[in-house]
Ligand binder design. Sequence first.
Ligand code: ZN
Length: 118
Amino acid sequence: MTALDQIREILWPSGDADRPWSPDTLDAIAQIVKATELRPTKVVHGKLRCPDCKRNTEFKYYEDIMNYRTVRGIENGVLVIEGFYETDGSDDGENPRLCCQSCFGDFALPKAVEVDFV
Ligand SMILES: [Zn+2]
């Protein structure tokens, strides 16, 4: 059963698309999506190639990093938060992936290739 089939079975077990979803249902969907592996980016003749659109294009490296902002407090009934944010640059981000800048699909890092941050 594919991840899509699993999601379809959880969301519409009786085929009733009008039934509202519970938080437990949405948590179950999130678990499936988290466990779904991205297809790896290919390396062809020493260059990255998108496994979807097949282009040797520019890629961006994405990772999920926690940013934080200082909360000033409540002023005249408004929660005031500083616009400037900081991040802890010493930790690795979660969910590293490459985003193809042609089709904007996300893909896993290529297999059997070392990664170096310079
Ligand atoms: Zn692509």
